[in-house]
Design a protein around this ligand. Structure first.
Ligand code: AHM
Ligand code: MG
Length: 335
């Protein structure tokens, strides 16, 4: 019997999904529950960030040359510790670590999944108490089970993702994840520390009122794209001028667009020919969630999910959102 979704926790939901597949091993459900636990720990720390001495820079720079915040390090460690302690993940690749981390023990080596993540998306927002997120992407290994995971397990095209999701630490904390069966959102009830199904079967509106682009780059993008930005705010636009909303946190921008309709883009700019966002643990999971929900994602040439990654930290231009708006945008790009 289906349980009333109003009272269904993340754990109950993943177990219910499991019941629908008699041959499922429960590994993916276990992995998703681990992610939920790590998200709760990170959420707790974010809420007490001001008094926990985890605001501000940690002192170093990550592999991307960006300043590392203390919360980046904290969240990276929490996710890795929880996944290492569990038995459902063979290894992790993270924005914060140059190399992949392989959990080389007998039990983890038997796990069929690896996970890629951006533990804190929107790190620039940490110090000012503005929305941040976490992003994750899960693949089935291609290397031999029983042996340690290998780099090639992490370098699969996004079409091969088994699941992907994000956590948004906003006015409330919400975990959204997608499998091929659909996209569902779970809101954290802080009082009892459980994620409850709050947004079942999310669908991307085909059009919407928002565009998310860092206008700072207006003069440094291709002319064709500049024409699209002009179109976004033009009274000629069939839905009238769009609202420009840009949080500096792709999780927040994409979440709003998923609920209300809109488009987000971080294109090539003159000093960043591949944009800023990382294919494997930022663009691909967002592209997977978006496509499963009925939206579209591209690097300006083709489907993001079909790109074969060469490197876990590679960047790519990214355009994601409502299907009709991405088509419209591509019409400008292909002129
Ligand atoms: P981060 O993971 O280091 O925080 O970087 C990713 C973020 C995106 O969420 C956001 O859209 C973008 O960087 C903001 O960058 P910019 O300040 O160049 O607009
Ligand atoms: Mg990021």
């Amino acid at each position: 019997m289906q349980q009333n979704s109003q009272f269904m926790t993340l754990d109950e939901f993943t177990i219910q999904q499991l019941r629908m597949f008699p041959h499922a091993t429960g590994e993916l459900s276990g992995l998703l529950r681990g992610i939920g636990l790590a998200a709760k720990r990170v959420n707790y720390e974010i809420n007490r960030a001001g008094i926990a001495d985890i605001l501000g820079a940690e002192g170093g720079r990550n592999i991307q040359g960006e300043e590392v915040q203390k919360l980046d390090v904290y969240a990276n460690n929490v996710f890795k510790e929880v996944l290492r302690a569990g038995i459902n993940c063979a290894g992790v690749a993270s924005e914060e670590d140059e190399e992949i981390t392989v959990f080389d023990d007998a039990r983890s080596n038997r796990s069929k999944y690896v996970l890629l993540m951006d533990p804190v998306d929107g790190s620039g927002n940490i110090d000012i108490n503005i929305t941040i997120g976490s992003i994750f992407s899960i693949y089935k290994r291609v290397s031999e089970l029983g042996k340690p995971a290998e780099l090639r397990d992490f370098l699969q095209p996004g079409t091969r993702q088994v699941a992907a999701g994000y956590v948004l630490y906003g006015s409330s904390t919400i975990l959204v994840y997608a499998t091929r069966r659909g996209v569902n959102g779970f809101t954290l009830d802080n009082a009892i520390g459980e994620f409850y199904l709050s947004h079942p079967d999310l669908r991307f509106p085909s059009h919407g009122p928002f565009y998310s682009f860092d206008n700072r780059y207006y003069h440094f993008i291709e002319e064709k794209l500049r024409a699209y930005v002009d179109f976004c705010i033009s009274p000629e636009n069939k839905s009238g001028p769009l609202w420009n909303r840009y949080y500096g946190c792709m999780v927040a921008d994409t979440h709003r667009n998923l609920l209300k309709g809109g488009v987000f883009f971080y294109p090539a700019v003159s000093d960043k020919p591949n944009g800023k966002l990382r294919l494997c643990y930022e663009c691909n999971p967002m592209a997977f969630i978006t496509e499963i929900a009925g939206g579209k994602a591209t690097d300006g040439n083709g489907r993001t999910l079909e790109i074969q990654p060469d490197h876990i930290h590679q960047r790519c231009p990214f355009f994601v959102g409502s299907a009709d708006m991405i088509d419209e945008l591509m019409g400008f790009m292909q002129k």
